[in-house]
Design a protein around this ligand. Structure first.
Ligand code: KIV
Length: 335
């Protein structure tokens, strides 16, 4: 069964037409409130509260998994979203290729290049101090051969400053994942609905809905585990199937549209913030109406500018000494 039109406007979908569904410590930054901010671009670290949180590692994730504590993952695409996800205590941050659609406005995720991903990964790494950082390998950068995957993943780690890579696929990607993990690159697998292959899957469809499909899904997840992945994303799969997979795997499963039986959950940041004025997929919960709040704020600014009620002289402007003011006015009198 394919997604209904409502479900088809999936996690990455920002356009009305059908689109795809849809984890090096940094120095602690402090901010002095005594220094006036003259820059028009004050650092969003301004209200960050330094915390004693430890840097999340794969060891931390394994510990959470062993304890049966659900693992949290959010996508982030830039410095502020990484900063806020980190401040909210997300254990893992994924720079998903969903950024192609939700941050760059492409019509699907297959358009994004590795260089574009790397640009965003670096911004996310600058905003994140604690979360474990995972970069998605985009379409066309890892499928050809294990050596292509190693080259791309190395760039993701070295240039993108990510700690692990994610790639889509099951049994057919086992050799590639093995090659990556053999050379010390941590891999997050991704099975079920793999949006980079949506066309060959016949669209954005829930996977594993038949007994045979569900068995194939288990084999895919086992192959990913066998290849050494530290965890696996399961996307758009019936809850019972994802729960059974989770019980049989010895690595954490991170669900998106796969129910509550997974070892953790991931959502696309922009979707759960209601940034876009579109229907969300069934599995997405909108935690805040950031889109509406933002438009309301922009509108209020626009109106205040039109009515000259912003800026307010006493509040938003810089004073000049009376004497200098008089001298200045005198100096320009005849200019
Ligand atoms: O690209 C992405 O954001 C993803 C997550 C939804 C798992 O693949």
């Amino acid at each position: 069964m394919s997604f209904s039109p409502r479900l088809a406007i999936a996690t990455h979908c920002v356009k009305p037409r059908l689109a795809r569904c849809r984890l090096s410590p940094q120095p602690l930054r402090t901010f002095s409130t005594t220094t006036p901010q003259l820059s028009s671009h004050p650092s969003p670290t301004a209200s960050a509260t330094p915390s004693s949180r430890k840097k999340v590692t794969i060891g931390t994730l394994n510990k959470l998994w062993r304890q049966g504590t659900p693992i949290t993952m959010l996508t982030a695409y830039d410095y502020p979203s990484a900063l806020l996800a980190d401040r909210a205590g997300m254990e893992t941050v994924l720079v998903g290729d969903s950024l192609a659609m939700v941050a760059l406005g492409y019509e699907n995720t297959n358009r994004i290049t590795l260089d574009e991903m790397l640009h965003h990964c670096r911004a996310v790494s600058r905003g994140s101090r604690h979360a474990f950082l995972i970069g998605d390998l985009p379409f066309g950068t890892y499928e050809t051969s294990p050596s292509q995957a190693i080259t791309s993943a190395t760039r993701m780690i070295r240039e993108g400053r990510m700690e692990a890579v994610k790639l889509e696929g099951g049994t057919e990607m086992q050799d590639t994942i093995s090659s990556l993990t053999r050379v010390g690159i941590s891999v997050l697998g991704h099975v079920g609905l793999t949006p980079q292959r949506a066309t060959s899957l016949g669209g954005f469809r829930v996977q594993g809905k038949t007994a045979a499909g569900a068995v194939r899904l288990l084999k895919d997840a086992l192959a990913v585990q066998e290849a050494g992945a530290f965890a696996v994303v399961i996307e758009a799969v019936p809850e019972l199937v994802a729960t059974e997979l989770t019980k049989r795997l010895k690595i954490p499963t991170i669900g998106i549209g796969a129910g509550s039986g997974c070892s953790g959950q991931v959502l696309v940041g922009m979707d759960m913030l209601g940034v876009y004025d579109k229907l969300q997929p069934k599995f997405c919960k909108t935690y805040a109406e950031v889109g509406k709040i933002t438009v309301d704020a922009y509108r209020a600014f626009g109106e205040e500018v039109k009515h000259r009620t912003f800026p307010v002289s006493e509040v938003h402007t810089y004073p000049m000494g009376k004497e200098e003011e008089a001298k200045f006015l005198e100096a320009i009198k005849n200019l």
